[in-house]
Design a protein around this ligand. Structure first.
Ligand SMILES: [Zn+2]
Length: 545
């Protein structure tokens, strides 16, 4: 048997692992690469296998970095079943169609630009229609049920506590005359969440593939983040500002709505204050996902089930508004009154939130609150890292708003929760493969595991294949190519910054021709030139190596 780590190997996104046995070939997830331009280019490269040869897919959950390339797979000949929970099947359907729509819009936008300069037209990765065709392949399996896929492969899906319907997958695979147990963690949720049960502990595995998103960080609890969330809202609104929350349409948005509705329930004193603040969920996808959450009550923890039993409406409070049309979305930025806008995408690289950030990021009265993981290379990551300027919709925007990162809302376990989950194994698995994390997170977590549990972990750093028969890991090596393209892009951004700075300077009447040319402008240009030189030097070292 072989396991090939094709995605979430050198980054957090693009989860896709190919399992080949002596009788079958199947995938664990088939997600989109998200983040830097170089990483996203991988979505357009041919699969490492013939999609028609894949017998089935085991899908851990409906986030697009885990399911986003399924339409591409179907388009290229995959006709097998996609096993996942019922909630995942339902949510993945709308997520994929939304993703198809984004790809169509992106292609349209690029083609509009490139056609004017006579360049080649691009095709969308897949369309909304391609995505809609996938729903026929989803096959729901309930949590906790031992399900026989065929006479030689059995699976069980367990609650992962990550998002509604997310699963930790146990597999019993008969291969070369013996049964091997493989466990795929998918994405693991934090413990003590407001709406979901804790991730299920798994007692045994021969081989384990485990996520490590927050392998090197501990974060505050959801309750602590919830408290700060309200404090930031009141503070911002009091000074006449608007709060913008880039949030994943699936999971984070519903958590935030729930946090606000709980506050409403328990703080009569503050209701007057909150009544004056309108909260807008500006994401059609989030609105649709919220409707699916409402009708899948059996996936929630007891506290939420109790609310529903008592006839309380879920995800509702007085001043909550869901905006649908583009005109309604635009109107939010024309209305000057203080408000809260929750909008996707969560990493601020796509969707309507870009327009809201363009409008509020440069205003000192505003607050921007990030509530989920921000992958390397994304706009969200640049903002939380303290960059003074970011590029949004091709414009260079000055970051003047107050920036917050409330990690307690994260759908991911932090390093302590990951360790707690791993310590649920009664015996050390033969191999533990660490995936779905940045290099530092994976390595730090491997060291922590060794120190505390005494288990050795294999850090997957690049596209690579592990053969169970001869215990060998073969590396394909695409990481270097991604790093190189990232560096060239950095160079392009440095040049763009210098260009924009000069443009701004020339636009101020009289300044460029004035005898008293401002010193600080020269210093700004010098600093930008230094950045450019540094990037060039780093590039030189990369090429030499
Ligand atoms: Zn996820």
């Amino acid at each position: 048997m072989k396991i090939k780590f094709l995605g979430a190997a050198m980054s957090v996104t693009g989860s896709c692992h190919l399992v080949t046995t002596d009788h079958s070939k199947f995938l664990l997830d088939c997600g989109l690469f998200q983040g830097s331009e170089a990483l996203e280019e991988l979505n357009y490269q041919a699969f490492d296998f013939d999609p028609a040869e894949i017998d089935f897919i085991l899908l851990s959950h409906a986030h697009v970095d885990h399911c986003g390339r399924i339409p591409l797979l179907v388009k290229q000949g995959f006709t097998g079943k996609i096993y996942c929970t019922g909630a995942t099947a339902e949510i993945a359907d709308i997520m994929l169609q939304d993703s198809g729509n984004i790809h169509e819009m992106d292609a349209k936008w690029i083609n509009k630009r490139t056609s004017r300069s006579g360049q080649r037209q691009v095709q969308p990765l897949y369309t909304e229609e391609d995505a809609a065709r996938c729903s026929q392949y989803f096959f729901p399996v309930a949590y906790g049920q031992c399900f026989e896929i065929n006479s030689r492969i059995k699976i069980r899906l367990n609650e992962a506590g990550h998002i509604l319907g997310a699963a930790i997958i146990e597999m019993w695979i008969e291969d070369s005359g013996k049964t091997t147990k493989l466990v795929y963690s998918g994405d693991i949720g934090a413990v003590n969440q407001r709406m979901l049960n804790d991730p299920t502990l798994i007692a045994a595995a021969d081989y384990l593939i485990m996520e490590t998103t927050y392998g090197d960080r501990a974060h505050e609890t959801q309750q602590e983040s919830g408290k700060r969330f309200l404090e930031i809202i009141f503070k911002t609104v009091a000074r006449g500002g608007t709060v913008v929350v880039p949030a994943f349409a699936l999971g984070r948005t519903q958590d935030l709505i729930h946090e606000l509705e709980l506050f409403y329930d328990h703080h009569e004193f503050h209701q007057n204050q909150l009544d004056k603040v309108n909260v807008y969920v500006d994401s059609p996808l989030a609105t649709d996902a919220t409707a699916i959450f409402r009708k899948n009550a059996h996936y929630f923890n007891d506290a939420i089930k109790e609310r529903i039993k008592n006839g309380e409406e879920l995800f509702y409070f007085r001043n909550l508004n869901f905006t649908k049309s583009i005109d309604q979305s635009k109107a939010l930025n024309e209305n000057a009154s203080p408000k809260v806008i929750i909008s996707s995408s969560g990493m601020a690289d796509a969707g309507r939130v870009r327009h809201h950030l363009k409008h509020y990021l440069w205003k000192p009265k505003s607050s921007i609150i990030f509530v989920g993981y921000q992958a390397e290379g994304t706009t969200g990551r640049a903002i939380i890292s303290g960059e003074k300027y970011v590029r949004i919709l091709r414009e260079r925007i000055h970051v003047s708003a107050e920036i917050y990162f409330l990690e307690g809302f994260s759908a991911h376990a932090d390093k302590n929760d990951l360790l707690k989950w791993l310590s649920g194994f009664k015996e050390k698995p033969k191999k533990i493969f660490l995936v779905h994390g940045e290099e530092e997170a994976k390595k730090t977590f491997a060291n922590t595991v060794k120190r505390i549990l005494g288990f050795d972990c294999t850090v997957v750093e690049d596209v690579s294949e592990y053969s169970l028969d001869d215990d060998a890991l073969t590396v394909d090596g695409i990481k270097e190519r991604i790093d190189l393209k990232n560096q060239i892009n950095k160079l392009k951004d440095n040049l763009g910054d210098i260009h924009d700075e000069l443009d701004n300077l020339l636009a101020i009447p009289g300044v460029a021709m004035s005898e008293a040319f401002p010193d600080e402008k020269v210093e700004d240009l010098e600093a930008l030139t230094r950045d450019l030189k540094k990037t060039c030097e780093e590039l030189k070292i990369m090429i030499k190596n």
